[in-house]
Design a protein around this ligand. Structure first.
Ligand code: HEM
Length: 407
């Protein structure tokens, strides 16, 4: 059987094969699809257990061996910092940044997919890296926006565009190096961002690995949060009945309480966000290389072979979810018959021990977007029937133009 090339056909083909072969099958000669929830959990847990970050290139050039750095240490530095940022005050600042960007577009006819990507990326950037000069911030933003455009655009860019992209990427990397170096030498203020813990780890980590770590966060905020926000807007526009339910809930909540604990004070909105993330989980496919041998029933995965994971495939599997293609946030009500059977079936943020570190913050941001759409702005979409969902690296709404006005 030949594998279709077009992303939408490819995913349809994968869903069909997955249903026939219990979620585990060779997608092509190179890659094993592991779309059965328990197998995906098991392979991830084993593959990344005690994962160590090496500095291979520099070690080879300098003929040395850098100190080992467990990935779990990197993650724990991120998670500790994110914990200090999970306050009403920091959430309030995130929401203000989102508001400023949206306010600047009020009254304009805009591409709503691009607008939501801009809002999420720009408002999250200070969480990842802050205290930059305006020139530095502009360069880092341009790098992330170019990366994102390459992921969402259907057209491959020209050679000239590719060269410019590499140039911007190198210069943005130099900014990160400079920031870390200057913070370490006391020439720049220390900041409460996700880069800062690695200033103290620099002697052990080395600059190249520190750059990789900061780049990992920057790349992570530049992709999934923006496409998730665009998908949220897509479902918001398509479901006036949910707009009304969210509006009723959110107009009644105290803004200070919402900033402190949105999931507690706005459970309907939380369900809406969860359902958006079930239907349209970005990224659609995660490509991984196995370090171990796995016996997966009908087939084996050997060390060095590639495998694919996909929250999307699990979330749309009819063997796991009732009517998986129907948008219904109430499936997340406790005990709902069409809800998740267990925790392995709902994985919008991936799998331990590589699970997304920004799951809580990402959820807060999507709920904040709902809050803004229901309390501060009115959204007009000229032709909702024209919007389509393209499946690229992630689901991306297309033909999605509209206008925000202030309420
Ligand atoms: C709705 C928003 C978001 C979604 C849907 C999302 C989704 C994901 C997914 C699916 C993964 C891969 C997990 C795996 O390999 O098993 C991931 C990894 C990651 N995400 Fe997110 N993410 C979101 C927001 C964020 C935010 C706001 C941050 C930063 C503050 C962040 C930082 C990261 C990082 C650093 C990783 C890599 C973790 C590691 O390699 O150990 N994400 N995310």
């Amino acid at each position: 059987m030949t594998t279709p090339q077009h992303p939408e056909d490819f995913l349809r083909f994968m869903r069909m094969r997955s249903a026939q072969e219990n979620g585990i099958f060779w997608v092509d000669d190179q890659r094993l699809g592991v779309f059965e929830p328990e197998a995906a959990r098991h392979v991830s847990a084993t593959n990344w257990h005690r994962f160590v970050m090496h500095d291979r290139l520099v070690d080879m050039v300098r003929r040395r061996r850098s100190p080992e750095m467990r990935w779990s240490r990197i993650r724990s530095a991120w998670l500790t910092q994110l914990h200090t940022l999970a306050t009403a005050e920091h959430h309030g600042r995130l929401i203000e940044r989102m508001e400023r960007i949206m306010d600047a577009r009020v009254g304009q006819d805009v591409d709503l997919t691009m607008l939501t990507q801009e809002v999420t990326l720009r408002s999250l950037l200070p969480v990842a890296l802050t205290g930059l000069t305006s020139g530095e911030a502009e360069l880092v933003r341009r790098d992330l926006e170019m990366k994102l455009l390459r992921l969402v655009s259907p057209e491959p860019g020209s050679t000239w565009h590719h060269l410019r992209f590499i140039g911007v990427q190198i210069r943005s990397g130099l900014v990160v190096r400079r920031v870390l170096r200057q913070r370490a030498r006391g020439r720049r203020r220390r900041e409460a961002d996700l880069a800062d813990p690695f200033v103290d780890l620099l002697p052990e980590l080395g600059m190249d690995r520190a750059l990789d770590v900061v780049t990992a966060v920057l790349t992570a905020i530049g992709g999934p949060p923006g496409t998730a926000a665009a998908s949220l807007l897509y479902e918001f526009v398509r479901h006036p009945e949910w707009q009304q339910r969210l509006g009723e809930e959110l107009s009644g909540v105290d803004p200070a309480e919402f900033r402190a604990a949105p999931t507690r004070v706005a459970p309907v909105t939380h369900r809406f966000v969860k359902e958006v993330l079930r239907m349209w989980s970005p990224p659609l496919l995660l490509v991984r290389r196995s370090k171990f041998a796995f016996d997966l029933g009908a087939t084996r995965l050997e060390p060095g072979q590639w495998y694919l994971l996909s929250p999307h495939m699990i979330h749309r599997d009819e063997r796991i979810w009732k009517q998986p293609d129907v948008f219904d946030p109430d499936r997340f009500l406790p005990g709902a018959p069409h809800g998740p059977a267990d925790r392995t079936c709902y994985v919008p943020f991936g799998w331990a021990p590589k699970k997304c570190i920004g799951a809580n913050l990402g959820t807060v941001q999507l709920m904040a977007l709902c809050h803004l759409l229901c309390t501060r702005y009115r959204l007009e979409v000229a032709r909702p029937e024209n919007i389509t969902m393209a499946l690229r690296f992630a689901p991306v709404p297309e033909n999605f133009r509209g206008r925000l006005t202030l309420r």
